[in-house]
Design a protein around this ligand. Sequence first.
Ligand code: NAD
Length: 371
Amino acid sequence: MVTFDEFGPEKILEVYDPVTGMHGFTVIDNTNLGPGKGGIRMTPTVSVEEVAHLARAMTWKCALAELPFGGGKSGIVADSKKLSNEQKQAIVAAFSRAITPVCPSHYIAGPDIATAEEEMKTFAEANGDFHSVTGKPATMCKGKACGIPHELGSTGYGVYHATLVALKHLGINVNGATFTVEGFGNVGTFVSQYLTEAGAKLIAVSDSKGGRYVPKGMDYSLLMKVKKEKGTVSEYPAGKKLKPGEIIGVKADVFIPAAQPDVINNRNKHKVKVKLIVQGANIPVSYDIEKEFHQKKILIIPDFLANAGGVISSYIESIGGSEKEVFPTVEQKIVRNTQIVLDYAKKKSIPPRAAALEIAQERVRKAKKRK
Ligand code: NAD
């Protein structure tokens, strides 16, 4: 069941097209700060509850990044692995046409699970408004404005800057600090690259096939080569192999979850031996465990603060900005807001997630008053 409160959701659309079999949802959670922003996920199990939950998370993420966006999200019920590309594009086009009455006026789409650049192009063409969606291909332009693909690494860059601010807060020098990364995809590779370039030591990394622990630190270029050639980071030619999940117990200054939800749970939470967790992935730790870690003085930078780089990049695309503007904007917004959250959390002696939520809620309430 979707729950309603003072923030939303404002609109829930359920749409269906008998020709293509498209069945989808759009939840527009809150538009006080601007049109609801959020990606379209395509999975066989997506539900309106899941989409509503994600739309709410976008309300907080956009408010915290000080973007003129509210929160929204879409889901299309389909198994993309069982569809031909032609069928997939037809479904996305049907979905786009069906939600045109609210898009882009109240909702701006973007990529999510199983939807990427090509689907965003299809969506924009079917909607007819270039501004209906972000994450379009760089070759799709209107006047001087072009698409900015999500694969540029803006999220990893934001996670990197959140890590720098948090390390400083803890009095740990990044040069020589040790870190571990769970998941070596878009977010995991870029954050690993930036942190190693800043002098930190990547001592353990994992992907869906396993992991590797190298106490003296890994060579990032070699790690990328191994991942490309052998398909897994666990084949790195030094250190010792880690079984799935073992990375959680590696002692380091920083742990960066960048893959799965609930990676730290009640079964393994006692194994955690780090001082800082910066959440690249969404909901990698439950809030109950975060509160326990807060008591133990393990600092956690929450997902909706640390991983906002992607939506900041979407914002630049939506205002017709260029790729060049993405990285400085991500840095400025993530650094500023991570600092604001850490100062507030310290002042009130509350976990950073609670602080971030209070700040985001206050910004949304203020925007409502201004309206
Ligand atoms: P991705 O698909 O590019 O990479 C995911 C990585 O996780 C892969 O290396 C995969 O092998 C690994 N993985 C899968 N199962 C694993 C397991 N059990 N143990 C260890 N590794 C495992 O995904 P991504 O875009 O890097 O996103 C990672 C996380 O960050 C997701 O939770 C996503 O929702 C979140 N996120 C991503 C973005 C973005 O812009 N990419 C933005 C916000 C949040």
